[in-house]
Design a binder for this molecule. Sequence first.
Ligand SMILES: Nc1ncnc2c1ncn2[C@@H]1O[C@H](COP(=O)(O)OP(=O)(O)OP(=O)(O)O)[C@@H](O)[C@H]1O
Length: 641
Amino acid sequence: MSNNGSPAAPSKTEFNKYKIGKVKSTPAIQRDLKTNLTFIELKRVVRRRKLGQGTFGEVYKGIHLETQRQVAMKKIIVSVEKDLFPITAQREITILKRLNHKNIIKLIEMVYDHSPGTINSTSNNLHKSFYMILPYMVADLSGVLHNPRINLEMCDIKNMMLQIFEGLNYIHCAKFMHRDIKTANILIDHNGVLKLADFGLARLYYGCPPNLKYPGGAGSGAKYTSVVVTRWYRAPELVLGDKHYTTAVDVWGVGCVFAECFEKKPILQGKTDIDQGHVIFKLLGTPTEEDWAMAQHLPGAELTKTSYKSTIKERFGKYLTETGLDFLRQLLALDPYKRLTAMSAKHHPWFTEEPLPSVKITLPTEESHEADIKRYKEEMHQSLSQRVPTAPRGHTVEKGESPVLKPRVAIPRGPKKDDAIPIAPLRDISSRPPSSNSRDQHQNPRSYHSNNGYSKTVAPPSATPVGINRYGTNNIPRNNRFDGSHAGPNNNRNPINRFQPETNVNSKYTNTPLPLGPQSRYQGTSTDSRYKSSANDSRYHNPRYPNKSDTSFNKPVQNYSRQEPHVISRNYNPPNGPRNAGFNHHQDPRPPQTQFPVSSSQNQNQILNKPLDNKNGSLKDERAKPDDQRSHDNNDIADLY
Ligand SMILES: Nc1ncnc2c1ncn2[C@@H]1O[C@H](COP(=O)(O)OP(=O)(O)OP(=O)(O)O)[C@@H](O)[C@H]1O
């Protein structure tokens, strides 16, 4: 406070904390005297490096000026007029504060841009910004897969899958569902450590956490909105409108990510929500009653009247051995209760088959983010147009320099003196010219066979009954070394030993058969009987699965499509153009933003610093409770928490 009692203007030089873009002159980072929050004056910063375009904001690269650490700054835009804080950001902040794992992105802190506000060009409204400060990650998996200069070996893919399952298992054991697993939300740091990010759609689930004893995911004890997950990564139960889904929706997403590693593009690109169902069944075959009995009782059951045959072997058999295909099939099992869990997936024999997972993935030091995909495409196009044309018959073409993709960014840079995060000296990209040839090789399944002794002649695993989760303790052969109770043979040929996951957090859940709570969907251990459809089946007397005469299940297909307006089909084209070429159908699954008032500085402070309500493990913030504060455009929003 100044002498005359009015709040003093914040000092311009008091705190120099973050700057977007390269460090040049002294940035304007200050602290608000009233709230004690730090803020940066973005108007002064001219150069920004945009990493990604989110649905409701943008992600920038910045520098923490005190430590010189690179950070990512995820912008959250708050309309000054409405004075509302987006619910997805609220959720993400709350959940990230609770999580602490090597394979989950960390929230360093929140900063508030205290400048008078900026006018949004599209809405013409005055906006203010909050920033989530996250550790800077050199790449995301979407950028890596689209980068023609990066060729992932099978051992790297295995390593990445193990890391993804480590992170996902942690989230699931902490009783959260992520609900937006996709390649763009899997970040990679300079040490090759993968981090699951973007918890804007995540939520706490009800019921017991998963364990190895029971197949299927956890969390079926309540009704949730099925309008979650980016469409192309949406599990079939969501596509069919199931509201009692489980953590298995995340495992489906990982299955899509796994397959995307081979095709380098999302594998299930439905054009509409209904089409998504067709695309899924075209790959995996229309489920029979035996395959997925519950499908008949979901709102979108009409889709199961199609008769597609599975094409998974034709499509992915060229990349994967029988064991690998079995792994993919179990990640993409149509029935969520036959799908692997994050906990059991790590024990699949595919990880013990040659080539074993690499100890550490080494990627080029080039930054590869989702925002770079457009550039890669342009480069590819340019490279192809520069190719020496083939000579007409009987003629020769003089040999010129073969077109080579030249990276725009300085790639192999050694650690600088003031780099707090040393860039690891990784593979020398210059020795691997990313010619069109290498791209071809990239798509060639045989490239996975090179140098690593990987061969398709590896004996497939012995046949196991379909529909049983083979890696739960229930089903594991007695001498199975991957039962999760021990680390397996003590040598580094065993991937469980080679790959060193963080084990501390989940150990308490591993191998601890938890009592089935009242919410548990299936009681007892007889897997066969669970999937049998019979009039006496207790599921049909369960209010969650009303019998067929229930009108909601008898909806003709038109009715189902009429529900589509509930699905927010906002086009994925931000004001400054499509997010990335070829992603035009990349539908935003999020419901309209429910927002909370953040008018006073005190409220802002609450959002950023309020300790979580830990009672009963609840993450709900008090401000999230009163229903009347929410703008319910449809009932699904009420489900979001
Ligand atoms: N910590 C980080 N380091 C580097 N890049 C990041 C980081 N966080 C996010 N990004 C980049 O920004 C992109 C979008 O980030 P994020 O998914 O968190 O935002 P979002 O607004 O939730 O996006 P979406 O609407 O697609 O879910 C990511 O795909 C990634 O390329």
